[in-house]
Design a protein around this ligand. Structure first.
Ligand code: NAD
Length: 360
């Protein structure tokens, strides 16, 4: 059986689904790997490096299993054939037409977002590996946009106070943002609606902001807040946010528009020169004044809403994603090396979104 690595075509997407190291691993498991010419270019991986790892350069779309990062475009879906397997970030909750098209084409598609977050699947957890990159890079963006230092400095020319950094939404991205801001010397605080996160926040040396709202939902995710809770939260945050130089927001509720945490009034209350980095732009943003994909200045505050931050660090983002995808592929083969996904396996049954021409 063969695995194909195709070139990503989305604007700004520089990641590639498999790096040479994992190609070698799969070849060791008696799989053939076919790479579309230039597939690794964005991540600075030449065709030559793939060849050295044992891959063939050729028609990757003809492989038994096609690997992608982003969901395929309609043109790309048209290149897939019935029975072929596809793995990628297929956005099963929001990309209804794309998923329906994959089903209609008879493709057996696996969405990495749908992999259950159980310990056995941790190595395949692409949401986490990429959220980690985003959380780190969000802090770098904030530091770059800031008119102030992050660390405390005592110099002959005077003393600089450390930046105060607030992270709203402490999942995987938020926790990495806290840790990164801390390493840069900021004074960091974390906030979430899942009280269980408090200990994780403290474990990276951050303070926990308690607003008294518990909205822990299913499977470790947050539930949507009620109207009353939302108003209470916005008011409390409006008061809290005033004191921070940098606010990084990462709050998401699965399948819902991003919760509005930072109102226009809260932005107005911040000191000019402060920075907000909103990682929830793809689902509308956590800040009322966010313009997804753009950097704007409102009331003297710089509000950045970078989309797809993992694509801006293609080397490591690809390396980690590759590890996730490689582990998922291995799970799809039986002990004789036959490509035969076992749908009694909860990981495969959850990840598979189209099968035998239906959306499952
Ligand atoms: P996410 O991206 O869905 O959301 C980010 C954060 O936003 C979450 O912490 C959520 O609680 C928070 N949030 C939502 N609404 C909010 C609001 N109104 N105000 C403030 N915060 C709000 O989260 P994620 O990073 O995907 O992590 C979700 C959960 O999955 C976490 O519990 C995480 O520890 C868990 N997880 C488990 C595993 C595993 O066991 N394999 C792996 C990764 C993550």
């Amino acid at each position: 059986p063969s695995v194909g690595i195709v070139r990503e075509t989305n604007d700004g997407e520089r990641r590639v689904a498999l790096v040479p190291k994992v190609v070698t691993t799969l070849i060791g498991k008696r799989l053939d790997v076919i790479v579309e010419p230039g597939a690794g270019q964005g991540a600075l991986i030449s065709d030559e490096l793939y060849k050295e790892a044992g891959a063939a350069i050729g028609d990757a779309w003809s492989a038994d299993v096609v690997l992608k990062v982003a969901a395929p475009s309609p043109e790309e879906t048209a290149r897939l054939r019935s029975g072929q397997k596809l793995i990628g970030f297929l956005a099963p909750r929001t990309n209804e037409t794309g998923i329906a098209a994959l089903a209609a084409a008879g493709v057996e598609a696996y969405a990495v977002e749908a992999i259950p977050r159980i310990s056995r699947a941790q190595v395949m957890d692409a949401l986490s590996s990429q959220a980690n990159v985003a959380g780190y890079k969000a802090v770098i963006v904030a530091a770059s946009e800031s008119t102030r230092y992050f660390p405390m400095l005592t110099t002959a020319a005077g003393t600089v106070k450390p930046a105060t950094v607030l992270v709203l939404g402490v999942g995987v991205a938020g926790l990495q943002a806290l840790a990164t801001a801390k390493r840069l010397g900021g004074r960091v605080t974390g906030y979430d609606v899942r009280p269980e996160v408090a200990d994780q926040v403290r474990s990276v040396g951050a303070q926990w902001l308690d607003l008294g709202i518990d909205a822990a939902g299913e499977g470790g995710y947050a539930r949507q807040l009620t109207e009353d809770e939302r108003a209470q939260q916005q008011q409390a945050l409006e008061d809290a946010i005033k004191g921070f130089d940098v606010v990084i927001t990462t709050a998401l509720v699965p399948g819902r528009p991003a919760p509005r945490l930072v109102t226009a009034a809260a932005v107005e209350g911040m000191k000019p020169g402060s920075v907000i980095v909103d990682l929830a732009g793809e689902t509308g943003g956590n800040c009322e004044l966010t313009e997804p994909g753009r950097t704007v200045v409102r009331h003297g505050v710089t509000i950045c809403s970078p989309l797809n931050l993992p694509a801006t660090m293609p080397e490591h983002a690809s390396e980690l994603y590759s590890k996730n995808v490689g582990a998922l592929i291995e799970l799809m083969f039986d002990e004789n090396g036959v490509l035969a996904p076992d749908f009694d396996d909860e990981i495969l049954s959850a990840a598979c979104v189209t099968r035998q021409a239906v959306v499952v």
